[in-house]
Design a protein around this ligand. Structure first.
Ligand code: SF4
Length: 86
């Protein structure tokens, strides 16, 4: 279990989806940032974090961005806790 589960750098609710970034898994490929530049960015360690002022994105785009991570570092859950990505 992550110690930072509710840390703003690792988990946030966007468009009704709970998005979790596993910062230990992230290896800086940047696919999520290309897919959703208004949501994800690199921090100073080149690990994905949430953009502070999130841009506009649809649920479908957000799920696709989470699914694009090659190491499954991004997980998306709906309001009932059902995992939608990866
Ligand atoms: S796609 Fe995955 S590995 Fe790449 S920056 Fe995003 S979270 Fe990290």
């Amino acid at each position: 279990m992550s110690e930072q589960i509710s840390d703003q750098t690792s988990e946030r609710v966007i468009e009704g989806l709970r998005i979790h970034i596993d910062r230990d898994l992230c290896v800086c490929f940047g696919d999520c940032i290309e897919a959703a530049p208004g949501v994800f960015e690199f921090d100073e360690e080149d690990i994905a974090v949430f953009v502070n002022e999130a841009g506009t994105i649809t649920r479908e785009e957000l799920i696709a961005a989470c699914a694009s991570c090659p190491v499954d570092a991004l997980t998306a859950f709906d309001q009932k806790g059902k995992q939608l990505a990866p």
